[in-house]
Design a protein around this ligand. Structure first.
Ligand code: FCB
Length: 458
């Protein structure tokens, strides 16, 4: 997701969420991921991930940026937890870096890596913030990529072994585990389009990777449940309506195809043991008897990441039959050029609730741009506040329509390494000066604290 930064515009209606709609235990949180914030890429025994390698390939990342230092959260986690506590958030979703815990992806564990997440979790609990742990936010150990990565069927077992170590170590303090963050992005962008690590553009690798990731999901759910029967396990999916780019009628079929890849390829087999009809035949060569039952395991919650609708157009030359389309010129956009459409968010939440029937947590929502401090050092990110106000209001409408939504996590706590866009696309409630690593809460952090405050019982 590395769209160019466009001029911010924002004139959204200003209705606030009616917090009376929320459950008394509604969970307000913030989200991050390991490679995007931790830094310390070569410290304390961490192994290389596919993103360390990808960032070093010429032309992959804006300005040649890398996550080597990122927000230096590895050393500054206590300051970051204090920022969350000051905002009043009750939950923090982070990911563990597989290569920090198992530098070669399997085999010897790295105790220094495990000790880092012990410190993080203990400090969160002291601040009365619930840790939500995601096992995979795209930073695959490079040593496993050398063996074929997600295209190697053995990865289901490697991932389950890693999940078991994490559940064993942290399951006494962490209740909520997610297997994967946005598997459609890591596979489609990583193996079919070549935009994300490991940078492969090959249809057959992509279908293998998708099937093996689904197997890994099922195997990890079983591994966690065996060790920690009371753990609450979910998966995190990006759910975005796919609309045809205006123009040709064949764009409607392209949109249906992209919808199958983007919205259905993972949650459908994970919940109903079936691949979406439009691409089921492509998945067959990777399947073995019993696989669909291995993938479809009971889950406790459903994570929705959502930012905007996406657009598709027909493209006969592309391997998959569609290409990324453009939003209509009239669409209102964030500073990152993503279209703003709060009603789509409301509809996505209602549809996910109806289809999957699990308690829903919004695990990511937020607005990117290029906010900079003014002459006084303040960051008046009005466009982000307008976006968050409109989107939380839309979430309230979904709750009013009956959707069982139990929490909402802003992406993101901090400005961070935004994949292909490097440090040019800022999503934080807290500004990070990437030269000094100084943190400064933006106006949106104060706005979010004000939204949360009346809903806290303590
Ligand atoms: C999501 C990713 C997250 C971040 C946001 C802006 O697709 O899960 O890491 O990049 O987009």
């Amino acid at each position: 997701m590395n769209d160019k930064i466009a001029a911010p515009q924002s004139e959204l209606p200003g209705a606030e969420l009616d917090t009376a709609l929320l459950r008394p235990d509604f969970l307000w949180g913030v989200s991050t991921s390991s490679y995007q914030i931790e830094g310390a890429a070569h410290e304390d025994g961490r192994g290389l991930s596919i993103w360390d390698v990808f960032c070093r390939q010429k032309g992959r990342i804006a300005n040649g940026d890398t996550g080597d230092i990122a927000c230096d959260h590895y050393h500054r986690y206590a300051e970051d937890i204090a920022l969350m506590r000051d905002m009043g958030v009750r939950a923090y979703r982070f990911s563990t870096a597989w290569p920090r815990l198992l530098p070669r992806g399997r085999g010897a564990a790295n105790e220094q890596g495990f000790a880092f997440y012990d410190r993080l979790i203990d400090r969160l609990l002291e601040a009365r913030i619930e840790p939500w742990l995601c096992l995979y936010h795209w930073d695959l150990p490079q040593s496993l990529d050398d063996l074929g990565g997600w295209t190697n069927r053995d990865i289901a077992g490697w991932f389950a072994d890693y999940a078991a170590l994490v559940a064993q170590r942290y399951g006494d303090r962490v209740k909520h585990f997610a297997t994967f963050n946005e598997p459609s992005v890591s596979t489609l962008f990583g193996y079919a389009l070549g935009w994300n690590a490991p940078g492969i553009a090959d249809k057959s690798s992509y279908y293998k990777a998708a099937h093996h990731l689904n197997l890994a999901h099922g195997a990890a759910v079983d591994a966690i449940r065996d060790l920690r029967p009371s753990a609450l396990i979910g998966a995190i999916h990006n759910r975005q309506p796919v609309l045809p780019e205006s123009g040709k009628p064949e764009n409607a079929h392209a949109a249906a195809l992209l919808d199958a890849h983007w919205n259905l390829l993972f949650p459908e087999p994970q919940s109903f043991a079936a691949y979406p009809a439009l691409i089921a035949h492509e998945m067959e060569p990777s399947q073995k008897a019993g696989d669909m039952a291995r993938i479809c395991r009971r889950l406790d919650w459903f994570g929705v990441n959502h930012y905007s609708p996406i657009y598709a157009r027909a493209d006969a030359a592309s391997q998959l039959g569609f290409a990324w389309g453009k939003p209509p010129a009239s669409a209102q956009q964030t500073g990152a050029g993503w279209s703003i459409h709060p009603d789509a968010f409301r509809d996505v939440l209602i549809a996910a609730w109806r289809r999957y029937g699990l308690p829903i947590y919004v695990t990511e929502n937020g607005s990117g741009g290029n906010d900079a401090p003014d002459a006084t050092g303040a960051i008046a990110d009005k466009a982000r506040i307008d976006y968050l106000r409109a989107y939380t209001h839309a979430m309230g409408e979904a709750i009013r329509a009956g959707a069982d939504i139990r929490g909402y996590f802003v992406w993101s706590l901090l400005d961070n390494f935004e994949w292909g866009a490097g440090f040019t696309n800022r999503f934080g409630l807290v500004h990070v000066d990437f030269k000094t690593l100084r943190r400064t809460p933006k106006a949106s952090a104060r706005w979010y604290a004000g939204l949360i405050r009346p809903t806290r019982k303590d």
